[in-house]
Design a protein around this ligand. Sequence first.
Ligand SMILES: C[S@@+](CC[C@H](N)C(=O)[O-])C[C@H]1O[C@@H](n2cnc3c(N)ncnc32)[C@H](O)[C@@H]1O
Length: 303
Amino acid sequence: MDYRELCLLWAARETGIIETVMFDAGTVEEIAQETGVTERAARITLEAMVEMGFLKRLGTEYEATNRALGLFAKTDVRSIGSVPHQMDCLARWFELPETMRTGSPPETSENWTQNFMGAMATVNETTVRSCVTEAIHEYPDANRVLDIGGGPGVFAKEFTRRGFEVTLIDQPDVIDIDSRFLEREPIELVSGDVTDSLPVGFDLAFCSRVVHALGPDENRNLLENAFGALEPGGVAVFINQLRGRAEGAAVMGAHMLAQTEHGDTYAANQFEDWFADAGFVNFDIRDIPGTNQQAIVGHRPRN
Ligand SMILES: C[S@@+](CC[C@H](N)C(=O)[O-])C[C@H]1O[C@@H](n2cnc3c(N)ncnc32)[C@H](O)[C@@H]1O
């Protein structure tokens, strides 16, 4: 999305224009009156939202289209899409100068977790299939898979579809949403901090797009926990953008600076240290076909 479109939607959300037009279709004058913005601001914003496909004009009134539902849907993560999370991230980017001084991003906004999950759920199917294929390739006879920081469970569902027994662990607020969203899926859900501990007894420890949200010490703990979660002979497959190898990985590091307390993107040698210190052997890195991500792989020795 063009940065101007995103900024406009963000301002429309902040001023209440989106909420007002979603729940009560209205004229320029009514929306300006209701939200306290000028009529010029209301007219220009509503017209731009028509052009972007979020609204339609019926006579002098504006009404939401199906595309706009995601801007407001909160019950089903599949209908949220990526735009609300982009707006949440934008708000944090605006605070980056302050974050650079303090070292901590501002508090998360009200619907942060749902919006984040909505965005995570938009990962494209080819990426999901390629990443899962890559992981299975490392251990074709695996039976039990632990999806570490599995979010809305898109990867976990692909593993179950291929016949694996899957446990997904994530933070409590994410698991709370998953317990409704994934209630019909044969996925065991566990709530916890993956840098503290992980459940045990798995053949495959799969971890996609989590490392960049964490700092080096947290990742060292995560790798130790992943090692402990595996049976002897088990395999850890971490999916991430490697600094110096994935396009845009350094800018992704800057995104993590704006959005997280300790996150960054990491180079191959950093992963190699964490894997080795945790006890993994046969460390390897592979580009995942059709994606801009790498699989970082380590094996727990058989004895
Ligand atoms: C970018 S999402 C990736 C979700 C999923 N693995 C995927 O690739 O679509 C990162 C996930 O890691 C989870 N996460 C980050 N830090 C965590 C922690 N310390 N403990 C548990 N989960 C964590 C977040 O809640 C989020 O669901």
